[in-house]
Write a protein that binds this ligand. Structure first.
Ligand SMILES: [Zn+2]
Length: 377
């Protein structure tokens, strides 16, 4: 929003604060205020004057990313727990300390660096607001690392380093960034198992960053797993952090190391060389861990003579409960599965009261009830 306003103002030979004040009847707003959550009135006026629909205009601000990237832009005491601890990926659930940093919002901090793709900006492309959030480390078009700068593109820009960042971009990081880009531009991400909602992707990623930097004493028997991830990406264990700090307040160099470690962890989990013990680990594995039957009897029920045996009641019951467990696990993170499971279970509900009971059961199983309305319509 701030760089768009600057470009519009420049075409009238004005500064953007002059355009805001004299052209749009608005008080001066800092770039950060314009980009985060500008007054609704301003968005309405801008939509009217520019001829764009208001959705396009608000998509140029971070408030346009609620509820995908943020639950809300108003910090609350339990925001951290809700965002970072709803899922677990690499570590078993409940391993990590739950911190409650004051005034915390995911991905945002007061002292954030300005980032951009040098090749994009030098070829005349516009500045992307999404680069300013430390959730991606590379440009998916040019496959180059994002670099930090000072100034206000396109008026003036001074890159922190004099020459292009020549460090190789690991494939794992490139894949992770492409998924992140898919999330923010389309609202869902194709994971090996099935597509997940963008909101799930950003929370999974933030969870993994927390798991890779939580206090060392919390790792228990998984300490070796976490060490392997850090060795695999070639950075010091826990990015050399001595004490815990939320990812958002770390400097960009450390944030990049954590993003690379997250990408390495995903790669190792996906190729099966690292076991994800968290409740959402299955999302990164291409093959189901437990047999979800497609209707054909599993091999174990074929006798030594090659003749199909009739499964015992115990075997059938075990299959059924294993399938149900997998569905419940998947429904915790995937609205589509949650909706299917709900529709299946409600066949037996004959009254409003039993339907309410079913919703209570879903809540007890920690399947988000808002998933049930998300996929409707
Ligand atoms: Zn680029």
């Amino acid at each position: 929003m701030s760089s768009w306003m600057r470009r519009i103002a420049a075409s009238y030979s004005m500064y953007s604060y002059e355009l805001l004040e004299h052209g749009l009847g608005q008080q001066e707003l800092r770039d950060a205020e314009l980009d985060l959550d500008p007054p609704v009135h301003l968005l309405e006026v801008l939509a009217k004057r520019s001829g764009l629909d208001q959705h396009r205009v608000s998509a140029m601000t971070m408030s346009g990313w609620v509820p995908w990237l943020f639950d809300t832009l108003t910090p609350a005491p339990d925001t951290y727990e809700t965002y970072v601890h709803q899922f677990s990926l690499l570590l078993s659930p409940g391993r990590r300390n739950i911190y409650a940093p004051r005034k915390w919002l995911p991905w945002l901090s007061e002292t954030a660096a300005k980032r951009g793709c040098r090749e994009c900006l030098e070829s005349g492309s516009t500045l992307l607001l999404f680069w300013q959030v430390p959730v991606m480390a590379s440009c998916t078009v040019h496959r180059r690392r994002l670099e930090t700068y000072e100034g206000h593109p396109a008026d003036y820009i001074m890159w922190t380093a004099p020459a292009y960042d020549q460090r190789a971009l690991p494939d794992s990081l490139s894949i992770m960034d492409r998924r992140t880009w898919q999330a923010i531009t389309t609202g869902s991400v194709d994971l090996p198992r099935y597509p997940v909602n963008a909101g799930v992707w950003f929370r999974l990623l933030r969870t993994l960053l927390d798991e890779l930097s939580t206090a060392q004493g919390r790792y228990g028997r998984q300490l070796d797993d976490v060490r392997r991830v850090w060795e695999h990406c070639g950075h010091p264990f826990r990015a050399g952090l001595h004490s815990w700090q939320p990812f958002e307040t770390l400097n960009w160099t450390v944030q990049q190391q954590l993003l690379e470690a997250a990408a390495a962890a995903m790669e190792l989990i996906e190729d099966g060389s690292l076991t994800a013990r968290g409740t959402s680990g299955h999302l990164l594995r291409p093959e189901p861990d437990t047999a979800i039957s497609d209707g054909t009897p599993p091999g174990s029920l074929i006798g030594a003579d090659g003749v199909q045996k009739r499964p015992t009641l115990d075997e059938l019951w075990n299959q059924a409960t294993a399938t149900l467990d997998s569905c419940i696990e998947a429904a915790k993170t995937d609205p589509v599965v949650a909706k299917h499971l709900f529709d299946f279970a409600r066949y037996g509900c004959r009254s409003e009261e039993s339907l309410r009971g079913l919703r209570d059961t879903f809540a007890e199983l920690q399947i988000p009830l808002n998933f049930l309305s998300q996929t409707e319509g």
